[in-house]
Ligand binder design. Structure first.
Ligand SMILES: NC(=O)c1ccc[n+]([C@@H]2O[C@H](COP(=O)([O-])OP(=O)(O)OC[C@H]3O[C@@H](n4cnc5c(N)ncnc54)[C@H](O)[C@@H]3O)[C@@H](O)[C@H]2O)c1
Length: 345
């Protein structure tokens, strides 16, 4: 029998690429769930779903348009399908949006995730994999960020919900023997990405002749991770659930782990902007001779922002023999090529 997989957030950036990869591998049935909300242009989500239909000539992909907060729907779905593996990527993402719209994060990231955990409790799965985030490290000074570092000083509600997900999963894993792995993704970018993220907004703004705002006067570092590398990491993790073992007290131990997935090569924001600008010109999105200096403004740090993200990925390498490796230039070039084609520049 084929492995039955649920991917929530399937119309999202990472979810769509994960589903495509799973369909290409050919030995599983994939159910994708997404409410296709309008946090950013839902048109791009519909296009990702179109991509998935095209990647599925054998009809192994089922899409469910629904909300994680609809507990009855989630319960019914798990009861009907009997999933082997669940990958929870659906969430309200974005740090800045959480400053003005906290409720969306409590709904999707806390109530929604609780519904997934409850469904896993009543319909046991072999592995629950879920998205956490590098934002749990908050303003930590020690770099690179390691899974064993303290993460109890979030600087946004988004980060707090992601850390809460890790705690909720650990408790459910311990109480109900659910093998679960949380993945702390580090700034994911690539083609068909999220229009709310800086690289995408910069491309839109520059193309429209506007001025891009570079936060913290350009003095911040991000560990940018190419979407294909994230998907490879997720697929490897999915196939290797933590073992359910008994503790000295005779009760099951939490079969729960957390890993960083990042490039482990942080880049200065100004270097990132320079590389993006160069590939946008080289790939024909922007004209040669574009006056970038006239279209950039250095602005102070924003609430919720952190000065640096930098992943220690040694645990991922040790346990799964994998380390993201796509260079920023190659990844941004893939984005620029897709952008040119998609927006017919
Ligand atoms: N992209 C990154 O840089 C990054 C970094 C760290 C963590 N993450 C996490 O990875 C996951 C995937 O991120 P992404 O970049 O693909 O984001 P995304 O916004 O593109 O994808 C999330 C999808 O979930 C859906 N969704 C949101 N709330 C829902 C709900 N209540 N019910 C059903 N569907 C819902 C949205 O419509 C969207 O399509 C998220 O959990 C995000 O927090 C992403």
């Amino acid at each position: 029998m084929q492995t039955r997989i649920l991917v929530t957030g399937a119309a999202g950036f990472i979810g769509a690429f994960l589903c495509r990869r799973l369909l290409e591998e050919g030995s599983c049935e994939v159910t994708g769930l997404d409410n296709v909300n309008s946090y950013y242009d839902p048109g791009i989500k519909e296009d990702r779903l179109r991509m998935l239909r095209e990647a599925d000539p054998e009809g192994r992909f089922t899409f469910v348009r629904g909300d994680l907060c609809d507990a009855a729907l989630i319960e019914r779905l798990f009861a009907e399908k009997g999933f082997d593996v669940v990958v929870n990527l659906a969430a309200q993402a974005g740090v800045r949006y959480s400053i003005e719209n906290p409720k969306a994060y409590v709904d999707s990231n806390l109530v929604g995730f609780f519904n997934v955990l409850e469904a896993c409790r009543h319909h046991p799965v072999k592995h629950l994999v879920y998205a956490s985030s590098s934002s749990v490290y908050g303003g930590n000074k020690k770099v690179p960020f390691s899974e064993s570092d303290r993460v109890d000083s979030p600087v946004s509600l988004y980060a707090a919900t992601k850390k809460s997900n890790e705690l909720m999963a650990a408790a459910y894993s311990k109480l109900y023997s659910i093998p679960a792995t949380g993945l702390r993704f580090f700034t994911v970018y690539g083609p068909m990405g999220r229009p709310d993220m800086a690289y995408f907004k910069f491309a839109n703004t520059l193309r429209a002749g506007g001025t891009i705002k570079i936060y913290n006067m350009g003095d911040c570092q991000r560990d940018f991770t190419y979407v294909g590398n994230i998907v490879e990491g997720v697929v490897r993790v999915m196939a290797n659930p933590p073992e359910v073992r008994e503790g000295a007290d005779g009760l099951p131990l939490a079969a729960h782990r957390v890993y960083n997935i990042g490039n482990s090569r942080p880049v200065q924001l100004l270097e990132f902007v320079d590389t993006l600008q160069r590939v946008l010109v080289e790939e024909g999105v922007l004209p040669k001779g574009y006056d970038f200096e006239a279209h950039r403004e250095l602005v102070p740090m924003q609430p919720g922002d952190v000065p640096v993200t930098y992943a220690d990925t040694s645990a991922l390498e040790r346990d799964f023999g994998y380390k993201p490796s796509t260079s920023l230039e190659d990844g941004l070039r893939e984005f620029a090529r897709w952008y040119k084609d998609y927006y017919r520049c």
